[in-house]
Design a protein around this ligand. Structure first.
Ligand SMILES: O=C(O)[C@H](O)[C@@H](O)[C@H](O)[C@H](O)COP(=O)(O)O
Length: 266
């Protein structure tokens, strides 16, 4: 059974015995948010990341979700993308297409991938423009406290260094506040050129989920969630603090193994 708890200002923590259990809980969570959003707004605007996240979302392609989720109302975006061709093994679009989007009845015109035939800088500008158009028509909602888009759900993974999307520790990209989408050309995780949502966009979402598995990330999970003082600059994952939205951490036990654990109940 999963342990769950609420950290006073780091959101809800859901800690799972196995990746199988994590995958089921994640699929339930996404399916519920989709249902609520479709009821309230008629659409579900969801942003994906790359990495192990897509594999962990695999249960959405199986019963009951493949039949019960209102896939036709989904609009798909990417919180970050690598500047490579869409058919390249490193492409986050390809990862999601092969692992999820090709297996469920998503409307192809609702899939808003990043242009792979221009520079990372141009692709970031273009992607922001596309998002602006969809905010105007309210396919993507708008934040009531800033002019930022308010995605119904942004799904993030986290690296062992605490990066989320393509927001890396000690990188100037963490200070990008004027753009919704920006780019980097020196990613410490290959490939070097990437496009990413900025922190203001991530923190304007209605829901943000950070999905993290494996012991190699336990220290970063501890630094991102526990009260560790202010001596070091906060990890990017710690800077994920939705202003009005809800933050949920999906962890397996090894990833949660360095958390100060008093806040949990079965
Ligand atoms: O394109 C990317 O590289 C990602 O979006 C990135 O932020 C990823 O989510 C983390 O690096 C975690 O990746 P893993 O779950 O594979 O460790």
């Amino acid at each position: 059974m999963a342990l769950s708890g609420v950290h006073k200002d780091r959101g809800e923590l859901r800690i799972h015995e196995s990746l199988d259990e994590l995958g089921t809980d994640l699929a339930d969570y996404i399916a519920e948010l989709s249902e609520t959003s479709v009821k309230e707004r008629g659409v579900f605007a969801i942003a994906l990341s790359g990495g192990s996240l897509i594999g962990l979302m695999g249960k959405l392609c199986e019963a009951p979700y493949n039949k019960t989720v209102d896939w036709a109302k989904w609009y798909i975006f990417w919180a970050d993308e690598r500047a490579v061709a869409k058919n390249h093994a490193d492409s986050n679009y390809k990862l999601a297409k092969d692992g999820l989007l090709s297996k469920v009845p998503i409307v192809p015109s609702h899939v808003h991938s990043i242009n792979d035939s221009v520079s990372a800088e141009e692709a970031a500008d273009e992607y922001e423009f596309v998002i602006r158009q969809l905010v105007k028509t309210r396919t993507i909602s708008v934040s009531d406290i800033s002019d930022c888009p308010k995605f119904d759900l942004i799904l993030l993974g986290m690296g062992p260094d605490g990066h989320v999307a393509s927001l890396f520790p000690n990188h100037p990209v963490l200070e990008a506040n004027d753009e919704w989408v920006t780019y980097i050309t020196d990613s410490p995780k290959p490939p070097p050129e990437r496009i990413t949502f900025t922190l203001p966009v991530i923190n304007s979402a209605s829901n943000v989920a950070v999905v993290v598995a494996g012991e190699g990330k336990a220290e970063a999970v501890h630094l991102a969630i526990d009260d560790v003082g202010t001596d070091c600059p906060p990890l990017p994952a710690r800077m994920v603090q939705p202003t009005k939205g809800k933050l949920v951490w999906f962890l397996d036990k090894p990833a949660a193994s360095k958390l100060e654990g008093s806040q949990f109940s079965e």
